[in-house]
Design a protein. Sequence first.
Lengths: 503, 335
Amino acid sequence: MTQPVLELKGLSKSFAATQALKDMSLAVMPGEVHAIVGENGAGKSTLIKMMTGVHQPDTGTILVDGQSVTLKSTEAAQDAGIAAIYQEPMVFPDLNVAENIFISNRSKGRIMRWSEIYAESDALIAPLGVKLDVRRAASGLTLAEQQTVEIARALSLKVKVLIMDEPTASLSAHEVARLLDIARALKAQGVAVIYISHRLDEIFRIADRVTVIRDGQHISTKPIAEVTEDGLVKDMVGRALESFAVKTAANPHGETLLSVKNLTCAGVFQNISFDLHKGEVLCFAGLVGARRTDVALTLFGIAPATEGTITLAGQPVRITTPQQAMDLGIAYVSEDRRKLGLAMPLSIFANISLASLKKLLKPFGLIDRQAESAMAETYRKRLAIRSPDTRVEVGKLSGGNQQKVMLAKWLETKPRVLIFDEPTRGIDVGAKAEVHAIIRQLASEGVAILVISSDLPEVLALADRVLVMREGRQAGILPIEDATQERVIAMAAGQANAERPAA
Amino acid sequence: MTGLLSRASPQTLRLLALALALLATILFFATQIEGYLSPRMFNRISTSAAVVLPLAVGQAIVIMTRNIDLSVGSIMGVVAYMAGQSLSAMPEMHPVLAVLLCMAIGAGFGALNGIIIAFGRVPSIIVTLGTLALFRSFLVEWSDAKTITTASLPQWLVDLPSANAFSIGDLDVRVTVVLALAACLVTGLALTFYRPARRFYAVGSNPDAAVMAGINARRVVLSAFILSGAFAGLSGFLFLAKFGNITVVAGLGFELKAIAAVVVGGVSIMGGTGSMIGVLMGALLVDTIDNSLTRWAVVSEFWRDALLGGLIMAAVTLDTLASRQLTRLRKGGQP
């Protein structure tokens, strides 16, 4: 048996009172794709931070190629041949693509030879199957493109171990396929890939071995051939889950609530038309860059439409500000929790009440603190937000719980139309099932729901109808009975044979 | 026009706009002030801008890292005084050594700022606001309210402001101007071609990513403040040479001029961008306006500071509006 390229022995780590990792051991072989799965809060991020030198273990040793090492910084980890790419890509928006790739490459000497850097960047990007001008600034790159930059950065360092932390959370189906190809190519070169993902189907497509961790502890490491999806989920949550893809209960459609005709935002998307009924879930599917989020932003008044009409409950409306949209009963649960959704340093209750402070006003414009925390408490129970009380900082919650806080904030505005943008991006299976159940529950209460999702199984589980977009245009609307993964992908990618039935 | 706007980089457009503004300012004052386009006026503005330019260069580096250095005016004053004192005591000191000494003293003060900011994690605006006052009080204490006079300075220093490096036609370019330009040029080259200097951009552009990329962000911020201090020291030397008489108010208010030059020169206050050519033009514009206003009868010279303040705000506002418009244009241009 060959020697593990990276071995962790008995790592433990505590932060204040919480023990994040307990006696964690793991061996990663060269040329294998080693998947690590676990619910949010299981200790995966702590584990990654330990391997990349961001945190140091309290006890235990890390061995690279059999040698005990101390990774006291990211720099030290990179020198040992360990690099990571993250769910939220870490790029420098003001620097150009090439410099982003070589930013941490210390083998290049102190003088920047720009033409050399451009040439080498081109050579690194080309095999990744993405067209990218290496001289352009990184600001404005899509998430998938930013990730490509990060992968190229890791490749330029000639890594032995590449950690991919939720790399596909925001990618579309064909970008996922491309990423998996890249992972396979790395593996063929003898690089060990540590692959962390909530999407079990990907793990079965790519992994050689899979390690389950729960509550900071190692539960199991098995060859992929010896595990089943149900078994993995059971190991992850410590109990058996009912099928986590909730099958749509037939929803009797109510009256048309929102009617959109030929909605256009010049240069971004054009001619989007659909009707949304009370109690219906309409999913927007498509590749990343299909401009689905832009349609949502237009409906929410952030980027007003340049043409087309929006009719809400029979009344033509023109929405030009988010305030107006909220007054009309439209809520938008953003994809980017960090940037657009939550005030991370504020408490749970302050976040929940943020969009409905008017209701809590006492005389002289003071806020009724008691009513505020009572409101937050109701949601904590109803949505099962896992936190001892509502005074906890939102930034300290796991992704799934943050998502619930954001949802609570918008539910309190009593919306008639609720737009979800990637509602389960980067959250674990257990929380995902809960979010799905909440969405279906809201629909059955008569809320009209729009869901933008790049996760096809999720689309098929949630939707009553699927609207497929491609490059800013509407490729078609499929009733759920006609929607299959293959057909949606074909429409989203613009294959000719899929267009006919879509019209 | 639209095609041009979406092709040229925002930086290039900004420099273009700045050059136009500079040209317009000069043309405007030429119509207002008699004998404006003269070698004398060129001298007056160029030597005055030379004092501000190193300050602005250092300030630009700090602002690139998403920080600010409000203490540069005080550092400059302290250095000018201490250098004057040292040169009175040791008139045989070599000029090059004198310049290096000034930069070293400045760097020391900058290091103090940098250590508190980078390792004490106190916001730079607070730290340097404090040291702005502290360094000034230190100067009052140190000098015992005595004044350095030209009479006590070595002859080479007294002669330096009128020493000519070279002439273009009848325009004389002074040695002090060349010194300031050299500081700007060297910094500009380093920021483009010297890898460790590129980290100033990286840290300002995305501090979290910088840490993840293995960059020691604290050390980078510390270096920025040390450099800012060192350049303030150079300005202190130029200030001493230009005026000869140094009192406890030397350099008072110069931080405003330096920040104005940097911001007008297109260095984003949000960090991550900026070029030395922009800073040079910013310093020129600020000093042209400043020096011209003293000669312009229409406006009282008490309005000069107000105008500087207004200029800073206008530059940032215009920049925000323009880049927003540009982003929209770009988005529209894509399929």
